[in-house]
Design a protein around this ligand. Structure first.
Ligand code: ATP
Length: 234
């Protein structure tokens, strides 16, 4: 469904990603692992069009979308749930969700989509009028995912959804991720939490200082000594 081919990307003229190639099949959860600063967010930002490629290609269903803008990527259904959630704190839960569905493709379907999101997150339903900034960290993560779903995501990219959450909330968020997977959504799961990712993603890539050090099924990645080396920076 999505193919990244030899991507070089970074900031200014400094490349962070070096010849990165990644594939996502329809309906797959793919894990993207790596230590701090490995380049995981840079890859997500390249997929969502925030960071422009220096070279290499990004293909969606075989079509080269490397030159498209962030706005166009949203219209194509490539949706990012950013690290740190980044909800709009002064706006209500409802307003945050409605904003998620603001793109041309999703706007006509907002009422239907809102129902689906609230069925998935009953906790948000109870708090629709509450300012998003007053939600707990776990509730904000639910809201950030809900907002991404409101855009009728075809590929949902989750940047460190477990970050800073209590174990109970982490478990809940991952149950939701499994549920979305059962519903057929394609997801890229970016995590530092190795064991959690290996449990939920069928295939994984390990980024190490801007290049893919290991790739394969969760079992292959788990058993490859380079995976732990990438984390420990050996
Ligand atoms: P973390 O797990 O800490 O979020 P990461 O794997 O997501 O790390 P990135 O955020 O992609 O890593 O950062 C990779 C490198 O790119 C880092 O060295 C970082 O300093 C650099 N970088 C990130 N954003 C920018 C920016 N806007 N301008 C310049 N350099 C940046």
């Amino acid at each position: 469904m999505l193919e990244v081919d030899g991507l070089v990307a970074g900031y200014g003229d400094i490349p962070i990603l070096r010849e990165v190639s990644v594939k996502l099949a329809p309906g797959e959860i793919v894990g993207l692992l790596g230590a701090n600063n490995a380049g995981k967010t840079t890859l997500i930002n390249s997929l969502s069009g925030i960071v422009k490629p220096m070279s290499g290609r990004i293909l969606l269903e075989g079509q080269d979308i490397s030159g498209t803008t962030a706005r166009q990527r949203v219209e194509l259904g490539i949706i990012q749930v950013p690290e740190g959630r980044l909800v709009f704190p002064e706006m209500s839960v409802r307003e945050n969700l409605l904003l998620g569905g603001f793109c041309d493709r999703a706007r006509p379907h907002r009422p239907r989509q809102m129902e689906k999101v609230l069925a998935l997150f009953p906790r948000l339903k109870e708090r629709l009028q509450q300012p998003a900034g007053t939600l707990s960290g776990g509730e904000q993560q639910m809201l950030a995912i809900g907002r991404g779903l409101m855009a009728e995501a075809r590929i949902l990219m989750l940047d460190e959804p477990s970050l800073g959450l209590s174990p109970l909330f982490v478990q809940h968020i991952f149950e939701i991720i499994d549920q979305l997977h059962k519903n057929g959504l394609t997801m890229l799961l970016v995590e530092q939490n190795l064991n959690l990712t290996l449990r939920h993603a069928r295939r994984c890539y390990v980024l190490e200082r801007g290049h893919i050090a290991v790739e394969g099924t969760a079992e292959v990645v788990r058993d490859d000594p380079r995976t732990r080396q990438a984390y420990l920076g050996l």
